[in-house]
Write a protein that binds this ligand. Sequence first.
Ligand code: HEC
Ligand code: HEC
Ligand code: HEC
Ligand code: HEC
Ligand code: HEC
Length: 215
Amino acid sequence: MAQIFPRKANILPTLSLIASLGGSIIAVLFIWYYFSPEYTDVGYMPEQPVEYSHRFHVGELGLDCQYCHTNVTVAAHSNIPATQTCMNCHSQIKRDSDKILPIRESFASGESIEWIKVHHLPDYARFSHAIHTNNGVGCETCHGRVDQMEVVSQAEPLAMSWCLQCHRQPEQYLRPNSEITTMGYSQPENFIERNLQRVLEEGIKPPTICSACHY
Ligand code: HEC
Ligand code: HEC
Ligand code: HEC
Ligand code: HEC
Ligand code: HEC
């Protein structure tokens, strides 16, 4: 009897098996990528090259965020301080400690310390620190109680729905610009009223159209 299918057809089931296996591998990789800490999510806390503690320097010494993150109110990106900023104190304080050694080496060689970035937005999303800090959104609202973090970890999801939640109702979150870097800020009772008035007076209108945040 004539063959209806050419012999080659026998490899079809094999091919489709491979294809479906390939499919699940891709699915697994996809899930792994999205849910792995590499992709950055709440709790992401990479190990840093120097044991710098925000809990100590901010929580105990009382340094203001802007002592180091000097760009937050003027630029899109917030800067990580140069080694010189650390040397303002550590050229004297604990200068012989092993923990300070990488700072002194960096200062001597002029090569910056390779801090590992904790927060990442995908390239297709647009974000500016300055616009937020100048319109009453505190560091704490987005980064949590940094003054209690021995090592910085991501406090909020930074997901689109999270951005939009505030963009639709900014009056729930704003604080006076003078309180931007305050940690543990508590809103007064009438804050919604105060914020609604501010939003009106200053024309604060966070965008919800796609093109505001996407290129
Ligand atoms: C004495 C300097 C200094 C001060 C003061 C300081 N920081 Fe930092 N900050 C750093 C350094 C250094 C890093 C990079 C290493 C790390 O992540 O811990 C950093 C990292 C961060 C990061 C993580 C950035 C990333 O990689 O995504 C955030 C968020 C942050 N700081 C917020 C704050 C806030 C909020 C305050 C004030 C409450 C503050 N910092 C005060 C030096 C400082
Ligand atoms: C305003 C002064 C000041 C600045 C600026 C400062 N530090 Fe410190 N730092 C201190 C003091 C004070 C201590 C605690 C010293 C002690 O325990 O006696 C300390 C402790 C440390 C320690 C622990 C040292 C040890 O042996 O236990 C590290 C690491 C450190 N700082 C890193 C940094 C880094 C990195 C920067 C810059 C991003 C920085 N510091 C900026 C004052 C400062
Ligand atoms: C509206 C939310 C929001 C506020 C308010 C905010 N940040 Fe951020 N921050 C972010 C996001 C989102 C990123 C990641 C940006 C990226 O990957 O492009 C980030 C990143 C950073 C970084 C890493 C460098 C960078 O720009 O990517 C530092 C340092 C930082 N923030 C410090 C601060 C400090 C200090 C304040 C307060 C003065 C502050 N942030 C206020 C959301 C915020
Ligand atoms: C807690 C409140 C809050 C959160 C969270 C927040 N925003 Fe905003 N956003 C604002 C406010 C307030 C403004 C200022 C609106 C104005 O000036 O009219 C703003 C403005 C903006 C603008 C407009 C910038 C411009 O040039 O006009 C962009 C883009 C933006 N936000 C992106 C984001 C993204 C992306 C996220 C999430 C990663 C985010 N925002 C999270 C409150 C917030
Ligand atoms: C306030 C800023 C903002 C606005 C407005 C906004 N997006 Fe996004 N969008 C983001 C951010 C931030 C991310 C990245 C989220 C992440 O990393 O998880 C994102 C991610 C996405 C993604 C990737 C999938 C996902 O959900 O993570 C798509 C698709 C998307 N946005 C489409 C849109 C469309 C369509 C609109 C208009 C209806 C829109 N966005 C409006 C901030 C915004």
